[in-house]
Design a protein around this ligand. Structure first.
Ligand code: SF4
Length: 373
């Protein structure tokens, strides 16, 4: 409550957002400090309520979280869905002060990658979610249409996830590509639960597994503390600053993300750049062209593993659900096409824009390293 009151006292919206961004993305808040530590104030106030499944209390992650957030209200529950799936929840309101729910994930723990996601040439494409929801609040995020709640569900049974991953990898003859942070941001969440610390050594034991962790975080501590792995890819989502300001609430600036990209490269990590989602709008038409040139004036193209490129798109059911909640969002008022259950821009328009963008991107990146969806 104290944080809420402090925030309300501030009249300058930008400053307010900045402080909130600091609250939400701990690494970004302290981005100029090399050894990021969560300060006592943040720890005390970050989650007012922490719900814990009765069966989850004994897991090491639960113990670590409860030890850290000693000032939060701890509320035992039978099953996370009792809280998460309640009816009449307001996603937008919850998003401002989400609760944390510690739970045990039951089968399935891994899913086949859907068609709306890029597989970067891997036919065995899976994704997994150690964490439901995300600390950022992108206006275009499909999670708003997928989940009934904005509360964060953190699964604590990591050994079960490891068993499931091992099983899939040993059953597949071809390499397995696993998106571990496609529908959340594990690196931004690292200061709260360092999931990647729990999994990193395990990933290194499975050379037939390629793990992608997607992030908008400017946090650098992860790259400082871990040695790069051959089968671990950090995929940074980058967008023009104007797009970030308009659609990617609480996320770090482009400049701060570029700093993190450089740090990851310096530390030898395999780095993917994702220009996804791309928005087609007369307002942004000229922005992207300058943006690509800027990115590759800052980041050496030869040091990038590859590039992902994709337009704004969303399953129609999610789109309809979000449109209902965000009746004043320009993004959800625009006209789109519906093709095979996916809402996006008309194909001819996508092709036209893609051609222009690729003419620039191909100055820097070889064609076989440019993956478009
Ligand atoms: S970073 Fe990704 S998962 Fe998080 S809110 Fe934005 S779009 Fe959603």
């Amino acid at each position: 409550m104290k944080l809420q009151q402090n925030l309300m006292r501030k009249t300058d919206k930008k400053e307010n957002n900045k402080e909130f961004a600091g609250f939400m993305d701990i690494q970004e808040h302290f981005r100029d400090v090399k050894d990021v530590k969560v300060d006592a104030k943040s720890e005390r106030e970050i989650f007012r309520n922490i719900y814990v499944e009765e069966a989850a209390f004994d897991y090491p992650i639960t113990k670590a979280v409860l030890q850290k957030y000693i000032h939060s209200n701890i509320i035992p529950i039978h099953h996370y869905k009792d809280v998460f799936n309640r009816t009449n929840q307001h996603y937008g309101m919850q998003k401002q002060y989400p609760a944390l729910i510690l739970a045990i994930k039951s089968d399935p723990l891994l899913y086949k990658g859907p068609d709306v996601c890029q597989n970067f040439g891997f036919s065995n494409f899976y994704y997994t979610s150690f964490l439901l929801n995300c600390i950022f609040d992108c206006e275009y995020c499909f999670l708003q249409g997928m989940y009934p709640s904005a509360n964060l569900v953190a699964f604590v049974n990591i050994e079960d996830f490891k068993d499931a991953i091992t099983k899939i990898v040993s059953n597949e003859r071809e390499p397995v590509y696993l998106a571990a942070s496609y529908d959340t941001d594990l690196i931004a969440f690292h200061g709260i639960i360092p999931y990647l610390d729990y999994f990193y050594d395990f990933f290194s034991t499975l050379p037939n597994l390629y793990v992608e962790v997607r992030t908008k975080s400017a946090g650098q501590i992860f790259y400082e503390e871990h040695a790069a792995l051959e089968n671990f890819i950090v995929a940074f989502t980058l967008a023009p600053e104007e797009v970030i300001k308009k659609y990617e609430k609480y996320t770090p600036s482009l400049k701060a993300r570029i700093k993190a990209v450089k740090k990851a490269i310096d530390k030898g990590f395999k780095v993917r750049l994702c220009f996804d989602p791309i928005f087609i709008d007369t307002e942004y038409e000229s922005l992207y062209e300058k943006f690509y040139d800027y990115i590759f004036s800052e980041i050496e193209p030869g040091k990038i593993l590859d590039v992902g490129y994709g337009f704004f798109r969303m399953p129609v059911d999610f789109y309809k659900r979000i449109k209902k909640q965000k009746s004043n969002s320009k993004l959800f008022i625009d006209d789109y096409c519906l093709i095979d259950g996916i809402v996006s821009y008309p194909t001819a328009l996508q092709e036209e824009v893609k051609e222009k963008h690729f003419a620039i991107l191909l100055k820097y990146i070889q064609k076989d390293k440019l993956f478009a969806l």
